[in-house]
Design a protein around this ligand. Structure first.
Ligand code: SAH
Length: 251
C-alpha cells in the first residue's frame, strides 16, 4: 500500500477568511486533521462532519501529546495509507515546529507538503494598522521567540532600535525579562511598543506603551496568550490608532 501524505498546513492567525485557498480545500476534504490549540474553532468547523479531528494542544493542565508522540502519530497514519492534514496556527515554519515534523516524516520515508499561512506578525500588523516596515520608520524586521530554550542566552542585540522592528512571539509570560534584556542591550526605556492580543479575532486588543512599562502593561491589562509584542517606532505612527478605531467601529 502506498503511504499517505502529511500536509503541514498554516491556519493563519484566526479568521477563516485569512486561510489560503489551498489550506481551505485541504481542510474541507480531509479525513484526518491533527491540530494545535491555537487553531480557531471556526476553522475546524469547515471540516466534513465525518472527518476525524485530533487535538494535540499544548496546554499544561490537559493531557497532551509530546512532540515525539505527535511525530509518531502523523507517520503511523501516513504509513497506513492515510493523508493527514496537520493544522497549525499561523505559518507552519514560523515557531510552529513544522521543521521538526517535516524532518521526522522524511526520515521515515513519508511525503510532506507545506502549505504556508499568514503568520501572527503579519495578521497582527494588518489588523492593528501597524506596518512592520515603513520608509520613515523601519527597514528591518525580526521575529524572535520570547519563551524558548534559554531566553537569557539568546542574542537579540541589534534586532531592536531606531529603524528596526522587533516582533516577539510567546512573550507574555516572560515580558519582565524581555524588557530588562532589551534595556540591558541599550534600547531606550521610552522606545514605543504595542501588544496585540488575539489578533484577527473579534476579541482583539491593541495596547501601547513605552518599553520600560511593558511588565506593568501586561500585568495591569491582564494580557493573555496568544499575544505578540511589537517593538519599534512603527507602533507609534499616527495612522495606527486610526486603523484601530476603524476596526472597533466595524466590530
Ligand atoms: N506558527 C505561528 C506561531 C506559533 S507560536 C505563527 O506563524 O503565527 C505561538 C505564538 O504565536 C503565540 O504565543 C503568540 O505570540 C503568537 N500568536 C499566534 N496567534 C496569534 C494571534 N491571533 N494574535 C496574537 N498572537 C498570536
Amino acid at each position: 500500500m502506498e503511504n499517505g501524505t502529511i500536509y503541514l498546513v498554516g491556519a493563519g492567525p484566526g479568521d477563516p477568511d485569512l486561510l489560503t485557498l489551498r489550506a481551505a480545500r485541504l481542510i474541507e476534504s480531509a479525513r484526518l486533521i491533527v491540530h494545535d490549540g491555537l487553531v480557531d474553532p471556526a476553522i475546524l468547523d469547515m471540516a466534513r462532519p465525518e472527518a476525524k479531528l485530533v487535538s494535540v494542544a499544548k496546554k499544561r493542565a490537559r493531557h497532551t501529546l509530546q512532540q515525539d508522540d505527535i511525530n509518531a502519530l502523523l507517520i503511523r497514519e501516513a504509513k497506513a495509507g492515510h493523508d493527514v492534514v496537520r493544522l497549525k496556527g499561523g505559518d507552519p515554519f514560523v515557531f510552529g515546529r513544522g521543521g521538526e515534523e517535516m524532518e521526522e516524516a522524511h526520515a521515515a520515508g513519508v511525503r510532506v507538503e507545506i502549505v504556508p499561512g499568514i503568520s501572527a506578525a503579519n495578521g497582527a500588523a494588518a489588523a492593528s494598522g501597524i506596518p512592520l516596515t515603513h520608509r520613515d520608520a523601519a527597514s528591518v524586521v525580526s521575529f524572535v521567540a520570547g519563551q524558548c530554550k534559554g531566553l537569557s542566552d539568546q542574542d537579540w542585540s541589534g534586532l531592536a532600535g531606531v529603524g528596526r522592528t522587533l516582533v516577539i512571539y510567546m512573550g507574555v509570560k516572560t515580558a519582565p525579562q524581555i524588557a530588562e534584556k532589551l534595556m540591558a542591550d541599550g534600547l531606550a526605556p521610552d522606545m514605543p511598543l504595542a501588544v496585540v492580543e488575539n489578533a484577527c479575532r473579534p476579541e482583539m486588543r491593541v495596547l501601547r506603551g513605552p518599553l520600560a512599562a511593558l511588565p506593568d502593561l501586561v500585568e495591569v491589562e491582564a494580557v493573555k496568550s496568544p499575544a505578540l509584542i511589537i517593538i519599534g517606532d512603527v507602533t507609534a505612527r499616527p495612522n495606527a490608532s486610526v486603523a484601530e478605531m476603524l476596526a472597533e467601529f466595524v466590530a
